[in-house]
Structures are given as structure tokens and as C-alpha cells.
Design a protein around this ligand. Structure first.
Ligand SMILES: [Zn+2]
Length: 141
């Protein structure tokens, strides 16, 4: 479990973007859902639901066709891959050991959606060299 760094620059996510993530992960439950976050810096400008190639309740891998499609769209818009989201259908809302081991994008923010006492929550993390640090999510209009 990462500790919150008060100096950490927050991830800016619109209320609509957060709702789009939550709608997607709830629709895929009890399987893990995943998707990509495009934008600039730490500002999410678009949420891209993708297929979980593994179709698993405990693992995910963004389908490579979806990954290529989204990366091309980001390049066309002049945006960056701000983050990657996925769900933990049975919790907890924190990176698993596998998530830490397979965090191949050290610049990306990893957003995890999970139910906490029956209510879906989003948390964000940076994962670098095996170190997990929570990034605050700032909901914006
Ligand atoms: Zn995970």
C-alpha cells in the first residue's frame, strides 16, 4: 500500500471521466476491466475503455489492438498517455504484487477501481522501480 505524498502533483480527472471509468469497470464485473487515460501532463482529457485481453477476474492486459488504436489517437491529438486504469473486482484498491512487477510505464499514473464496502472507489498511484506512491485524484469540472 503506497503512502500519500503531500507534495505529489494530483491527477486531474473530470467527474464525467471518473464516471466513465466506473461505468466500464462495473459493466465488466466480475472480470477485471482496463483502459487508458489520455491527456496532457496529469490532466486527463479522455478516458478510453479497452478490452482485457486476459478476460480474467484477477489479471489484465490491455488488448494490443486497442493499445495501438489509442496511442495513434493520442499522437493525432498531440496528447500523452497520462495513465492506465484497471479494476480489482474484489478489492483492494491498491496495486497488487503483479501490478508492481508489471508496471512497464514508469511515467504513467496507475488508477485502480475497486469496491470498498460495496461502493466503488478510484485511487491513483505511481509505480517506479518497485516503489508505490499514491497520487491524489482531483475531481475537476
Ligand atoms: Zn491489479
Amino acid at each position: 500500500m503506497g503512502h500519500l505524498d503531500p507534495e505529489a502533483e494530483p491527477l486531474d480527472l473530470t467527474v464525467d471521466g471518473a464516471q466513465r471509468i466506473l461505468t466500464h469497470v462495473q459493466a465488466e464485473w466480475p472480470l477485471e476491466a482496463c483502459g487508458l487515460l489520455g491527456g496532457i501532463g496529469r490532466r486527463v482529457l479522455a478516458v478510453y475503455p479497452t478490452r482485457n485481453e486476459l478476460a480474467s477476474p484477477v489479471r489484465y492486459r490491455v488488448h494490443p489492438e486497442d493499445l495501438i488504436r489509442v496511442i495513434r489517437e493520442l499522437e493525432a491529438r498531440g496528447w500523452e498517455l497520462v495513465g492506465i486504469y484497471h479494476s480489482h473486482p474484489h478489492g483492494p484498491p491498491a496495486p497488487s504484487a503483479i501490478d508492481v512487477a508489471e508496471a512497464y510505464y514508469p511515467e504513467a499514473i496507475y488508477v485502480i477501481a475497486a469496491p470498498v464496502h460495496g461502493e466503488w472507489r478510484l485511487r491513483a498511484f505511481r509505480i517506479m522501480n518497485g516503489t508505490v506512491r499514491e497520487v491524489p485524484i482531483r475531481l475537476v469540472e
